[in-house]
Design a protein around this ligand. Structure first.
Ligand SMILES: [Zn+2]
Ligand SMILES: [Zn+2]
Length: 146
């Protein structure tokens, strides 16, 4: 697969602008670029990575805008905030529950196609009522294992 392959599926700017308005945000070029960058992105970027990637094209972009936009998107359920990487928060535009794998060598975070639906826990553990739980996976990715 070619890098940036997901670009073909990108929504038109008016759709993204409409989305920002719905979230109470003005559709500035900076915010639109953040939304466009996240669309279909499976690299689980951190706020710093998003900033570094977009800054050359948008000199007026600030870290505060990246943080602020991500915070609104998180609250609206548009992105998930991942805690798998102890060094930085990562963001995932796929809101569906799925599992992640952090490679200890290259530091990349991958979606791990593993079905944990067979894993059941009692909802009530000594009085603790479990509503959700997350499982993170760590190890070596196929490229680093070679
Ligand atoms: Zn790796
Ligand atoms: Zn993911």
């Amino acid at each position: 697969m070619e890098r940036g392959d997901h670009k073909g599926k990108k929504k038109h700017i008016p759709v993204l602008a409409e989305k920002l308005k719905r979230f109470g945000l003005r559709a500035t070029p900076q915010r639109l670029a953040i939304l466009e960058f996240l669309e279909g992105n499976t690299s689980h970027p951190s706020a710093e990575e998003i900033f570094r990637e977009l800054k050359p094209h948008l000199p007026s972009l600030s870290m505060a805008t990246v943080y602020g936009t991500l915070e609104v998107l998180r609250k609206e359920g548009e992105v998930q905030e991942l805690t798998i990487d102890p060094e930085r928060k990562r963001f995932d535009p796929n809101p569906k529950p799925h599992n992640h794998f952090l490679c200890r060598k290259c530091g990349r975070v991958y979606d791990l196609p593993v079905d944990l639906s067979a894993l059941t826990l009692p909802a009530d553990i000594e009085g603790f009522w479990v509503e959700i739980f997350t499982v993170d996976f760590y190890g070596l990715c196929p490229a680093c294992k070679k």
